[in-house]
Design a protein around this ligand. Structure first.
Ligand SMILES: O=C(CO)[C@H](O)[C@H](O)COP(=O)(O)O
Length: 224
């Protein structure tokens, strides 16, 4: 079974949690794209939901598939947020932001009653850190942050696209950090959030309620 098929299986299992009248957080990435396609099929059959997208690319995809959208001016909470991940550990702690949408993704997740994470089985790790930790930084502060993060042994790498800095939907930069030597990610999160100029990190700690993965031709569900 292909990785893509595993993503699709997880995505289809997640949309079974959705009920009529709900507001749904729409994640970003290739796994979330499967969820958007599957959700669009239900909307076409009459399911009455509104989506709130976590990125401009997801917004485009959702609109192209006929999913009605809303924003935080119109709602106070999201019923279910469904998003992908780059890694999850046995405690359902996550590293996200491979697609560069971590800031809006975390805002959606924080304001959701239920967070469902969908993935292929290769995202499961015994310990976070094989995937480099993305953090979103303000361009003005990025050069000094790079110096500070180097001293902290986090080996920051400025993410690039077409030989220029990758720009997020909020106009910021992404630094990818090596956290392989870090054992206490909660402490790291606190330390990073105290540095002015770091807008958000890709550590999603105590956020996922349910992780659904595709493994071969079946799904596995992990609950917090
Ligand atoms: O955090 C994300 C984007 O910022 C994605 O959810 C994450 O990168 C996983 O992507 P994919 O489903 O394509 O593997």
């Amino acid at each position: 079974m292909s990785t893509e098929k595993e993503k699709e299986l997880a995505a289809k299992a997640a949309i079974k949690y959705i009920e009529d009248g709900m507001t749904i957080g729409l994640g970003t990435g290739s796994t979330a794209a499967h969820m958007i396609t599957a959700l669009a099929e239900e909307v076409a059959k009459g399911l009455n939901i509104v989506g709130i997208p976590s990125s401009e690319s997801t917004k485009k995809l959702a609109l192209a598939n006929g999913i009605p959208l809303t924003d935080f001016a119109n709602i106070s909470a999201i019923d279910i947020n469904i998003d992908g991940t780059d890694e999850f550990d046995p405690y359902l702690q996550l590293i996200k932001g491979g697609g560069g949408a971590l800031l809006r993704e975390k805002i959606l997740a924080f304001n959701s009653k239920l967070n469902i994470i969908i993935a292929d089985c290769h995202k499961q790790v015994s310990r976070l850190g094989k995937f480099k930790l993305p953090i979103e930084t303000i361009p003005f502060a990025t050069p000094i942050l790079i110096k500070k993060l180097r001293i902290m042994n986090l080996h920051p790498i400025l993410r690039e696209k077409d030989n220029s800095p990758f720009i997020t939907d909020e106009g910021n930069y992404i630094l990818d950090l090596d956290i392989t030597h870090i054992s206490n990610v909660a402490q790291l999160e606190n330390t990073l959030k105290q540095l002015p100029g770091i807008v958000e990190t890709g550590l999603f700690l105590d956020i996922a309620d349910i992780v659904i993965i595709g493994r071969g031709d079946t799904t596995e569900v992990f609950k917090r």
